[in-house]
Design a protein around this ligand. Sequence first.
Ligand code: SF4
Length: 471
Amino acid sequence: MEWAGQREVVLQACWARQVWTNTLKTDCGKTIAVEFAGWPNRGPGPDFSQARLRLDGREYQGPVEIHLSEGDWFHHGHDRDSAYGGVILHVVLQRTPGKPALNAQGAEIPVLCAGEFMDPFYRPWMAEAEELLRRREALPGRCGVEALKGDTEGLVRVWRRAAEARAQNKAQRLAMGTPKEDGQKLFEEIFRSLGYREYAQPFVELAKQFPLESLWGPLKLPYMKAREEILARWFGWMGFLAVEPEGGDPALLEEFRLLRSRWQGLNMPLRTGDPVPGGGRPWNAPERRLVAMFHHVYQLGQENYLKGWLKRLRDIDPLRNKENLKNNALEALEEVFSTPRWEGWRRRVSFRLPPLGREADLVGVERLATVAANGVIPVFLAMARRDGDRELESLLYRLFHVLPPEGANRKTKFMAERLMIKPTTYRSLSGHQGLIQLHDDFCGAFLQGCAGCALPAMISQAGTVSSSSHE
Ligand code: SF4
């Protein structure tokens, strides 16, 4: 059947509007009852998120992916992308011969051959399918509508509580044993934060393989010698010294040979487990992160890593006004992650790729925010609460509220749409973290969707409390 030029967006619009001629059935005969079609997603990842369906009465919640041809699942590489591992329904115009798409558990993803159910009566609005999806994507949630009713105080209170709960939960997860273990925990969490999603786990493994204590010896050496000793261990174990680069920059080759020769002399095993994924932005290459981490540890390791961090935090004057406190804290963070100008990796990506056209800091401001949100603040918060250090605890909360946010992500963008708030209103680390927490606690947890979600009532209650407390 020729169907509005058979554009994928048309099929997506049909799914969003749920316009079908008959009761839907999967290709294997299960009845599909759609309770919520999901939120349209034009960014990376499946086409609809958080859909709710019943297949022969059994409830499923998760993403739905739409394709004209079933084989597009493989052509688009979804079989190799973990973001698609949770897809609960594959909607296609028609089936194509070949292997079926599997979910993360290795089970076949149910397929809806939508072509059989599409209704030509809806052709006129198909010309505007993109516009329809765009409008639907920007629809507010019931929470956003509630927030609009009163002043914004209710929302701000709930949002702030969510942010602080997130920081406390992280601190609780990191609750440490003895003060002796604090430095190692901080070391691991900073390594994790520098690793992005892709390298976070390998970097934590690396921090455990070469614990901070094992680096004291090398850290006492002169700068360049310490650099060679530590980078040889880290690069070698990660497998970055396995294959000699061909041609290219002679300085890079010389460094490769120096580190590899030292690594071979150490006679240590290579990392096992899943290979470290490649790709991504060159500025975020794992090699650059490791070099940044070396300079960071060397700088603070001279005076005891944990104490060095504590000293910098205590040097931040908590009595400054918001803007000055933010600048003061950012300067402290930039200083502990500064890289000497002579460091060649300011222009490099890896041993195999040519140098970049310009040099840049190895850790940018957005990544510093991530390091603060996921490493420094939760680790020191856990310590402060364990040791009853109120002064440090209060400083950390203040920093949390003034430091700039990490870059927007899928969850923050999604929640901002639902709550109808502009990016300018969440320009702090806590604003960003609060949106993620609201997403996880409500949109991501309320299987009934907007109709059964508790957030709108919480916003309205918090608004009432705040306005009555002002009277
Ligand atoms: S599920 Fe809750 S938090 Fe999500 S958009 Fe609906 S009302 Fe808002």
